[in-house]
Design a binder for this molecule. Structure first.
Ligand code: PLP
Length: 379
């Protein structure tokens, strides 16, 4: 089997597995003051340090959550709560549902910021929106991901943050897809909040973190035992967090190897374009090295995913949701791709275990499926 769905979940790294197994033997609550509790606390704080290091930030500013979704929810709800609702959210048109849907719930006005046809945030449009932002609109909060989950397109977060900062605003960056794939640096991003998730970089599912800039406004949305500096109550998932720390550390150390995936991905795309006539989305932009999202008019995403599965290759439909159903891709729609082509999009994404052969095998299997479907790429 060839696994080409790293953006959905990356395989568990051996370092993460080892750290989790060791943490499972530490049977105490990290909030307990006795010796066993202190041993558990040590595991927790080690992981906090590893994650802080991976993003160039202080460990103390990391708040553990149950995943990327909760980290996004905490940032958006928590910031608006801290501002007593006096805020306006500026949300990029290509954000993950964890951002768009929580933005819609926080009780502050939401304005969408468009992207260019290659899928990068339209900085001029952001500037125009900020130019007409008035005091009555409260604090502007931008939500902009570092890299898009469907296309891999990397966003100009630093530039956008500078514009927002100039307007007296705050920035939330969803770095769930970029951690362990490209450099994530809290300072360079210029953000106030950064959402992270373990399972996209080779850690376990169901654990994540929110980095909060020291002094940035944030109120908890979940109350209880006061864990995580009272910003996220609930006993921490110790084994999961230990795995997250190890995965963050080893993926950060492996960034230069990860970068090598780009040339293999590009060679695969060249073949699919020249022999299959596919359209590759976001190819004109800077992308994550591991991601390729492409379509052939008339070749339905679901049909392709099934054909690839039969060939032993795991890929996703361009806009697969958690139920596995394929819905219209809002990301491709925001890039101006028409529905007919968007409904033919599939995403392949690779990672730390992928070999050069995997890319060639993906291209061959796809071209075979195309031949069987009798579809030419000239349409
Ligand atoms: N943000 C982005 C960009 C994602 O791709 C995902 C997962 O697909 C999430 C957030 C949600 O993360 P989690 O699955 O850890 O809740």
């Amino acid at each position: 089997m060839i696994y080409a769905d790293y953006n959905a979940t990356a395989p568990l790294r051996p370092e993460a597995r080892d750290a989790m197994l060791a943490a499972m033997d530490v049977q105490a609550n990290p909030s307990s003051v006795h010796g066993a509790g202190r041993a558990a606390r040590k595991v927790l704080e080690r992981a906090r340090g590893q994650i802080g290091n991976a993003i160039g930030a202080a460990a103390k500013d990391i708040v553990f959550t149950s995943g990327g979704t909760e980290a996004n929810a905490l940032a958006l709800h928590g910031a608006v709560r801290a501002l007593d609702g006096k805020a306006t959210l500026y949300v990029s048109a290509i954000e993950h549902e964890a951002v768009t849907q929580n933005s819609g719930l926080v009780g502050a006005p939401v304005r969408s910021v468009p992207v260019t046809p290659v899928g990068t945030l339209d900085l001029d449009a952001l500037k125009s929106l900020l130019d007409v932002h008035s005091e009555a609109d409260g604090t502007p909060i931008l939500a902009l991901m570092q890299a898009n989950n469907e296309t891999g397109v990397i966003q100009p977060v630093g530039e956008a943050s500078a514009l927002v900062r100039n307007a007296g605003g705050l920035v939330h960056c969803d770095a769930v897809q970029s951690l362990g794939k490209i450099q994530v640096n809290a300072l360079l991003l210029g953000a106030d909040y950064i959402a992270l998730s373990a399972h996209k970089c080779g850690g376990p599912q169901g654990v994540g973190a929110l980095w909060v800039r020291a002094g940035a406004p944030l109120k908890p949305v979940q109350l209880g035992g006061g864990q995580e500096r009272s910003l996220r109550s609930g006993t921490e998932n110790l084994a999961g967090i230990a795995g997250f720390g190890a995965a963050a550390e080893s993926s950060a150390a492996g960034l230069s190897d990860f970068a090598k995936l780009a040339s293999r991905r590009d060679a695969m795309e060249d073949k699919l374009i020249s022999e299959g006539g596919v359209t590759v989305f976001g190819r004109g932009a800077e992308r994550l090295p591991n991601t390729s999202n492409f379509a052939l008019q008339g070749f339905k995403s679901e049909t392709q995913v099934m054909a690839m599965d039969l060939a032993g290759i795991c890929v996703s439909a361009g806009a697969a949701c958690s139920s596995g159903k394929v819905s219209r891709s809002l990301v491709l729609g925001a890039m101006g791709v028409d529905d007919a082509l968007a409904s033919a999009a599939i995403r392949t994404s690779y990672g730390w275990k992928s070999s050069e052969k995997d890319f060639a095998a993906t291209a061959d299997a796809w071209l075979n499926a195309q031949a069987r479907a009798n579809l030419s790429g000239s349409s």
